[in-house]
Design a protein around this ligand. Sequence first.
Ligand code: VG1
Ligand code: CO
Length: 542
Amino acid sequence: MIRIIATNPYSDQRPGTSGLRKKVPVFQQPHYLANFVQSVFDCVEGRQGAILVVGGDGRYFNREAIQITLKIAAANGFARIIFGRSGFLSTPAASNVIRQRKAIGGLVLSASHNPGGPDGDFGVKFNIANGGPAPEGFTEAAYARSKVIDAYRILEAPDVDIDSLGETQLQDSVVEVIDPVADYQALMEKLFDFDRIRELFRGGFRFSFDAMGAITGPYGVAIFEKALGAPAGCVLNAVPLPDFGGHHPDPNLVHAAHLYNAAMRADGPDLSAASDGDGDRNLIIGKSCFVSPSDSLAVIAANAHLAPGYAGGIAGVARSMPTSGAADRVARKLGVNMCETPTGWKFFGNLLDAGMVTICGEESAGTGSSHVREKDGVWAILMWLNILAVRRMSVLDLMRAHWAEYGRNFYVRHDYEEIDADRAADLMKSLRARLPALTGQSIQGSRIAKADEFEYLDPVDGSLSSNQGVRILFEDESRIVFRLSGTGTVGATLRVYLEMFEADQSRHGLDVSDVMAPLAAKASLLADIPGYTGRSAPDVVT
Ligand code: VG1
Ligand code: CO
């Protein structure tokens, strides 16, 4: 039976860079999740009789959230609701199912790389029919709706069995539980040369993949171990757990430091990799060689044609503005399109749909392609395996050769986490106010060629996105970008992105932090980071 439940709106349901993210206890408030889900559905035109996909990373509160979501969806007229067994479906796999099954969209129950557990974070994101994150126009409409919502529709029914494959009837809707891995694996088998990668493993190639207790464990075991013959046990923390087994599934050099340390040893794996909570990010570390995500994007763009799914070449590359220009150099050489977008995968969807680009990436460990409309961690790792299987060289040699050909974009990101939100806003305001005067000024011996705030005019739908990060561009091509994170749940996080180009091959082997230290000092001075944040050093360096 459908019930109309009276509710009061919450004022804080504005989605950020990637959906609505809050602490678990916030989501556990009465009607909080239901209000948001109904607000989203109210903005989905044509939902009557349509197919909806529900993804999830298995984090704490997922099992409760999926029951609420299913019952609201059934009460809102969706004809079929598809989700992964036990509520598990990685973000890229959900994107694939939306596309394959011609769904009208999907809800992804995840807070991605944010910590999990009862005091951790939860999140909800809506994806549209192309499989990609809803554009800003949609999320703003859902937010506007959430501020005035006074009732939601929900089915009064016993809980659905989410752990058994198959279909069940939920009032007028069919609920379909699918194997979360099968369709995704089939897609990967089409894109990559599994025989070549199998051969690589047979030859003794050493590989380690850390699923960090989150969603990619089952994908890693099925694809790397079972299908490709990587040694059993090379997938670490392979069982998705509500608290991620105490791990923080953010694949960076802080939370995956153990991988880095192992990779730096003489007997370390040839390739170490990791993914995040919902499976859309990737970390790539070769033996004695960390690959920055910006460099990984460039290497993938330059070598994608070695994988069968991209043998015909690529149409172009897109990167988020703070991502380094390494990929631009590849695109220029290949003579293909290059697009620069604001941070967040939602801006790539239109470019991919229009066929303007094939490969996309972000400095935050996100890489993907036109195969789905999300970034894709396991895809990126398979791409690296495919490239290495063909080129038969170490990651270190491959990077050296790449830099020798294109030059090296030294790159590092400094994060100042959980700082006071008002002080963070003041820091950005002060920078913004000084932008017009900064051009032409010198700071510690470097002249500023241009200082502005990035805004993006979508070439496909003409929408404008403003306030997308402050950029300080120096005459020597080095660059500092400042922006505030849109995914955190406590205070504010200031991200400072530093980039410096080096053409001279004899300097390509230098230590990144040494090379970047002068630029980091300029950033600190320019924005008065110690003054506004009270911190003398970043919390996370990636
Ligand atoms: C961060 C990253 C951004 C990424 C987003 C979602 O956003 O910087 O590149 O797209 O997370 O990734 P922000 O606003 O905190 O900088 V995920 O893996 O959380 O879906
Ligand atoms: Co993620």
